[in-house]
Design a protein around this ligand. Structure first.
Ligand code: SAM
Length: 210
């Protein structure tokens, strides 16, 4: 069964706009040439530099929790291959913005090259830059939504701070290379957050630059 239909059948993909993005953005455009034959399998794949393009099931799960909408301004921490940036750009549309950040220069270049296969950069909807996502992107904050594709022991303060009131943030929390929880938080006021946890995931670590 094709990947998207499978994710819908299993209940991971539910929202029409997210389903449309999964259909419009071809994961083959974001994997290494030697992995093209596996691009539409439900598995993470190496993108070099000891990093991975996330498993489709996990990305579907995180995007459903993030609840991106047309017009949203979204921050994607650990943009890697650029696949999630492209999915989000498809969802937010021409009135939205997606800001991807990645710490490894080779992957910044890889992500930008992949993203160019679509029209999002030209249209000013999406971009990828080199930087430390741990510190956020204060010059472009606040964001309606923040998604972090790398795990840590807690959500960095800067990212909570750069989230709009009423916004949502999704990040894996737990010990390195152990089973981790995907945590989804909603910012109710400047200091009050509600959180939900979903166990059973493993991500590469969010590296805190020194
Ligand atoms: N969404 C990406 C994809 O599907 O290709 C996920 C890539 S991978 C699971 C996580 C990425 O986070 C890696 O590329 C890694 O280099 C990056 N990363 C780790 N710590 C970071 C940091 N402090 N700032 C920015 N990127 C970071």
């Amino acid at each position: 069964m094709p990947l998207v239909e499978d994710l819908i059948k299993q209940g991971y993909l539910r929202t029409p706009k997210i389903i449309k993005a999964f259909r419009s953005i071809d994961r083959s455009d974001f994997v290494l040439p030697e992995d093209l034959e596996y691009a539409n399998e439900n598995t993470p794949l190496s993108i070099g530099c000891e990093q991975t393009i996330s498993q489709p099931l996990t990305v579907a799960f995180m995007l459903e929790l993030l609840a991106p909408r047309a017009g949203d301004k979204i921050f994607d921490v650990g943009s890697g291959s650029g696949w999630t940036v492209a999915l989000l750009a498809d969802i937010v549309g021409k009135k939205g913005e997606v800001w991807g950040i990645e710490r490894i220069l080779d992957l910044v270049d890889f992500g930008k090259l992949n993203l160019k296969k679509y029209d999002f950069t030209n249209k000013g909807i999406a971009s990828i830059r080199k930087g430390d996502g741990y510190k956020g992107l204060p010059e472009f904050a606040p964001f309606d939504k923040i998604i972090i594709a790398a795990s840590g022991s807690k959500i960095p303060f800067a990212l909570k701070d750069q989230l709009k009131i009423g916004g949502r943030l999704v990040m894996p929390i737990g010990d390195q290379y152990q089973s981790q929880d995907i945590v989804a938080i909603a910012k109710n006021t400047a200091t009050d957050f509600s959180a939900a946890r979903y166990p059973g995931f493993i991500f590469v670590p969010l590296i805190k630059e020194t």
